[in-house]
Ligand binder design. Structure first.
Ligand SMILES: NC(=O)C1=CN([C@@H]2O[C@H](COP(=O)(O)OP(=O)(O)OC[C@H]3O[C@@H](n4cnc5c(N)ncnc54)[C@H](OP(=O)(O)O)[C@@H]3O)[C@@H](O)[C@H]2O)C=CC1
Ligand SMILES: CC[C@](O)(C(C)=O)C(=O)O
Ligand SMILES: [Mg+2]
Ligand SMILES: [Mg+2]
Length: 337
């Protein structure tokens, strides 16, 4: 089925400018949405618990900060940008008691609706605006006059205006400069989880770490291995981003291109593709969601152990040393916040 893609000319910014928006959470996505909504003329407030470390930051950045319950009560559109595993508790305690008919409940990712962790009442709009990029770059691109593409979806259209509202919101954070695609909560959730697990985060991190290990275990200098498999990866991906895999192949040497064409499929073998399909199956049948929710409820023991192991990987030490010598590389992630 052909997708519908919307741009700025298709969106009516005045719709979101006429709403009182509460952004719950002020992390990667929360700060980006809130600041860009404000810069687009939207009446926005932040919902954070009294003890939150981000309260001072949001206030310094000129935003009104309330508790999640106060913010939900004051607003008529609530965008929930807290961690996926915490959302159902925030919803039950702070949001649901303050929902009125005609309000809108928005998500930045479909996890809690797709896996039925949150079941909103009839009478409200339920929609999603999911940027296809990390929050800090969503904000950075907005400030630079660009935009990160976004997906919108409507789960429940109580007012008849949920889709136009979601498109208006997406435009206000810069998404419609790049393209906004209409989808469903299910399609967004399943493709997003697959992308981050198999390619963007899981696949890419493992590929880089393994390439670094192979070179250093063979006796090559870690600094050379770092430049080769991590630093240069960004430059190669920039070419793909700008002109597709074809432009990457145009710019590299024909020696590299021959190696790409003949050796790439030896790294990403049919067995790897089978494993990717298995990973997708676990997303589709809910196995991953159940595992992640149980891991979080248990206090994240495996998550913490694996995160610590990743931080101890020798590529991190080598990378830090080299990045410290390239002043333009380590742009503080809070610079745009
Ligand atoms: N990270 C990304 O770029 C992307 C994320 N998403 C989705 O956006 C949502 C938010 O993710 P992300 O931005 O990564 O989250 P972060 O972990 O970066 O930030 C979460 C924020 O929620 C706050 N928070 C924690 N508990 C509560 C609570 N009880 N009440 C209110 N606020 C609370 C945190 O407070 P404190 O600051 O005190 O820790 C923090 O400000 C998720 O649904 C995610 O899947 C979608 C696309 C990309
Ligand atoms: C790729 C990870 C992501 O899906 C994102 C930045 O889009 C996330 O959940 O953070
Ligand atoms: Mg994503
Ligand atoms: Mg994601």
């Amino acid at each position: 089925m052909a997708v519908e893609i919307f741009y700025d000319d298709d969106a009516d910014l005045s719709i979101i400018q006429g709403r009182k928006v509460a952004v719950i959470g002020y992390g990667s996505q929360g700060h980006a949405h809130a600041l860009s909504l404000r810069d687009s003329g939207v009446d926005v407030r932040i919902g954070l618990p009294e003890g939150s470390k981000s309260r001072a930051k949001a206030e310094e950045q000129g935003l009104k900060v309330l508790t999640p319950a106060e913010a939900s009560k004051e607003a008529d559109l609530i965008m929930i940008l807290a961690p996926d595993t915490k959302q159902r508790f925030i919803y039950a305690e702070d949001i649901e008691p303050n929902l009125k008919d005609g309000d809108a409940l928005f998500f930045g990712h479909g996890f809690n609706i797709r896996y039925e962790l949150i079941k909103p009442p009839a009478g409200i709009d339920v929609a999603m605006v999911a940027p296809k990029g990390p929050g800090h770059l969503v904000r950075r691109q907005f400030v630079d006059g660009k935009g990160v593409p976004a997906l919108i979806a409507v789960e429940q259209d109580a007012t008849g205006g949920a889709e136009a509202l979601a498109l208006s919101y997406a435009a206000a954070i810069g998404g419609a400069r790049a393209g906004v695609i209409k989808t469903t909560f299910t399609e967004e959730t399943e493709t997003d989880l697959f992308g981050e697990q198999a390619v963007l985060c899981g696949g890419a991190s493992a590929l880089v770490q393994t390439g670094f290990e192979v070179l250093t275990e063979a006796g090559y200098a870690p600094e050379i291995a770092y430049f080769e498999v991590l630093h240069e990866l960004k430059l190669i991906v920039d070419l793909m981003y700008e002109g597709g895999i074809a432009r990457q192949r145009y710019s590299v040497s024909d020696t590299a291109e021959y190696g790409d064409l003949t050796r790439g499929p030896r790294v990403i073998t049919p067995a790897v593709k089978e494993e990717m399909k298995k990973i997708l199956g676990e997303i589709q049948d809910g196995t991953f969601a159940r595992e992640w929710v149980a891991e979080d409820e248990a206090g994240r023991p495996n998550f913490t152990k694996l995160e610590e192991q990743g931080a101890q990987h020798p590529i991190e030490e080598t990378g830090k040393k080299l990045r410290d010598l390239m002043s333009w590389v380590d742009r503080p992630i809070t610079e745009t916040a």
